[in-house]
Design a protein around this ligand. Structure first.
Ligand SMILES: C[S@@+](CC[C@H](N)C(=O)[O-])C[C@H]1O[C@@H](n2cnc3c(N)ncnc32)[C@H](O)[C@@H]1O
Length: 210
């Protein structure tokens, strides 16, 4: 699985990337006290990292691919330093509250975060890895942490992921405190393989626990 992601980054096959960031994040993110620590699992080169930091938050991303991490800093123009130590290599933005740990999310440990923002991380994983992802993410969250999750829903029997369809029942099974606060048809922005499969429904669902 990891090899496939690394290969995608090598080929520049990053159709999920939204250059302007996520509209759902901007719409649903609750105000949090300045300095709150936010975790962004499997962050890619998401522009949302910078948006969250600009809200006064202390942002930590975790991403497998060094190509993605370097692309984030190159494309945003944010200067950075690299630290290597016991844990995953750390790319630290200079004079900003923003850093990305480069490596396997399942190996990432830290003291629990005040909030988690997940766009296209849970849905990047096949069904057999998702329970472990949910457990690991829960272990990285304070008991009262804010949790914003964006998932996709479509007919999985017609086309395979990633990104995978994650049914509402599965989401509620992992995190009973999440409420569905938004959903939007994403039929117009479907990646080509979904268009070719002629899906009649492709929904972006937004979940929040506050
Ligand atoms: C669909 S992309 C989403 C990226 C980002 N969240 C966004 O919204 O643009 C999934 C990302 O997860 C990364 N990834 C996959 N498995 C991972 C793992 N085990 N640890 C860390 N990152 C991983 C991939 O390299 C890829 O960048």
């Amino acid at each position: 699985m990891s090899e496939e992601w690394l290969a995608r980054w090598k080929r520049g096959q990053t159709g999920w990337h939204e250059a302007g960031g996520s509209a759902a994040l901007r719409k649903f993110w609750p105000g949090l006290p300045a300095g709150s620590r936010v975790l962004v699992p499997m962050c890619g080169k998401s522009a949302d990292l910078l948006w969250l930091e600009q809200q006064g938050l202390d942002v930590t991303g975790v991403e497998l691919s060094g190509i993605a991490v370097r692309a984030f800093f190159a494309e945003t123009g944010v200067p950075f330093d690299i630290e290597t130590g016991d844990g995953l290599p750390l790319f630290k933005a200079r004079q900003r509250n923003l850093r990305i740990h480069c490596g396997d999310y399942f190996q990432f440990t830290a003291r629990p975060f005040d909030a988690v923002y997940d766009r296209a991380a849970l849905v990047a994983l096949p069904p057999e890895l998702r329970p472990a992802y949910a457990r690991h993410t829960r272990a990285l969250m304070q008991a009262d942490a804010v949790h914003l999750l964006i998932t996709l829903e479509y007919d999985q029997s017609m086309v395979n992921g990633p990104p995978y369809s994650v049914p509402a029942d599965e989401v509620k099974g992992y995190w009973p405190d999440l409420r569905r606060v938004g959903d939007k048809s994403a039929l117009k922005n479907m990646p080509p393989k979904y268009r070719e499969a002629n899906l009649s429904e492709f929904v972006e669902a937004v979940w929040l626990n506050t």
